[in-house]
Design a protein around this ligand. Structure first.
Ligand SMILES: [Mg+2]
Length: 404
């Protein structure tokens, strides 16, 4: 049976959720922004009217108000968004067991066999999903329908809000190839610039390079974008429940070679802390107990945890605390190489529900954390928007130790 994948994307998700409880917000330019009282808070979502006024995700509250003086700001309510997200996914789940949330407002669905079962065309099925989410939840979604995940995702971006785009082996060249190469998933600014220098500006131009030339130009690890441009993506959709909300979040890695210097350990820790922090933000959660375990080349395991005085989802903080823990129990250096590290965080709560213990932090400390939160939420918003992993926090590419 030929594979059939949907990518369903809720339009202006946080803003749409806010309009559910306050419909008056539909008729005014509005944005969801962290800490609107504070000028440095940033816009994480906005409605169509704000968009038309030029307000962009990652603008500061101050910039947004300059562009659009009558804008209304709303503070994010993550638990509420998660509830709506769960309801939307429950509708998808009626049609397939293979529902894989890619973020709070986007899911991949493996719908292989569904048209035959429901006796509906692919497009009609996608339209039915759109209609149900709109009628039953009150928000709109865009659906990309295709034979692989990448094209399905690009289909949902192609036309929005409230639209279905079907990308087939017959029409993908007409639809996707004229688009700028930067619209292809995982093509960051640096890659687009590199391709631009060779006169490659569209997805089609990249696709039509001989593969060997693409590999020579981009390197082996980046050359998968050539495959994507040609519809050669074999990614599968994970079954429902694969990524259920957990009591703790952890990420670990066995490195390609042992870590020896403090700098190498810091790189590995930064990378893992980023994955932990991204998972937390994805779930709208913060945690208060950080744990680190490391394995020596002889597979000796050392583990330590510490309770923070506040809840956090900051990569920077999780990385710092983890480094302190490692330095407490491990003499980093030649005599004590590290083979694997796992970083975890537990005692989780939904963001926004922490009983603020700001008083425990000095003003200066609390300002520093606010600034860091601004940076990290901007990065998260960018990643959400572009589907790109290009932006990193202090680890970059370290293929040498296995970080891509
Ligand atoms: Mg969305």
């Amino acid at each position: 049976m030929k594979p059939l994948i949907f990518h369903c994307d809720c339009n202006n998700f946080f803003a749409s959720c806010e309009c559910l409880t306050n419909p008056a917000l539909r008729d005014v330019p509005m944005a969801v922004a962290g800490d609107p009282e504070n000028r440095v808070g940033i816009v994480v979502a906005k409605n169509q009217l704000a968009k038309l006024a030029g307000v962009r995700t990652t603008d500061t509250v101050w910039q947004a108000r300059k562009k659009c003086p009558n804008i209304v700001f709303v503070t994010p309510r993550h638990r509420f968004y998660k509830e709506i997200s769960d309801k939307v996914n429950a509708i998808y789940h009626e049609y397939t067991d293979y529902v894989e949330p890619a973020s709070i407002d986007e899911s991949y669905l493996d719908m292989t066999g569904a048209p035959e079962y429901y006796k509906l065309s692919e497009r009609a099925l996608a339209d039915r999903l759109r209609a149900r989410v709109k009628d039953e939840i009150g928000i709109t979604i865009s659906v990309g329908v295709s034979y692989n995940k990448i094209f399905a995702k690009m289909g949902s971006d192609y036309k929005k809000p409230d639209a279905t785009t079907v990308i087939t082996p017959e029409n993908y060249k007409d639809i996707l190839w004229p688009l700028p190469v930067s619209d292809l998933m995982f093509v960051g600014r640096a890659t687009a610039a590199l391709l631009g220098k060779k006169g490659i500006t569209t997805i089609g131009e990249l696709a039509q390079l001989p593969r060997a030339e693409a590999v020579a130009l981009l390197g082996q690890s980046e050359s998968s974008i050539w495959d994507y441009a040609n519809g050669l993506d074999e990614g599968t959709v994970k079954p429902w429940g694969y990524r259920e909300s957990a009591k703790s979040v952890s990420h670990g890695m066995t490195f390609k070679r042992n870590l020896v210097t403090e700098e190498e350990v810091r790189t590995g820790v930064s990378y893992l802390a980023d994955r932990v922090a991204s998972s937390l933000r994805f779930n709208g959660q913060k945690g208060a107990v950080v744990s680190v375990s490391i394995k020596s080349p002889e597979l000796k395991l050392k583990q330590k945890q510490t309770a923070l005085e506040h809840y956090t989802w900051l990569q920077h903080e999780i990385a710092d605390v983890s480094m302190q823990l490692i330095n407490d129990f491990w003499r980093i250096g030649e005599q004590a190489p590290i083979r694997a590290i796992t970083i975890g965080i537990s005692k989780l709560i939904m963001s926004g529900e922490e009983t603020e213990q700001v008083s425990l932090l000095g003003d200066e400390e609390s300002e520093k954390r606010k600034k860091q939160d601004k940076i990290e939420s901007a990065i998260a918003a960018l990643r959400r928007k572009t589907g790109s992993k290009a932006v990193t926090l202090g680890f970059g590419k370290n293929e040498d130790i296995g970080i891509k």
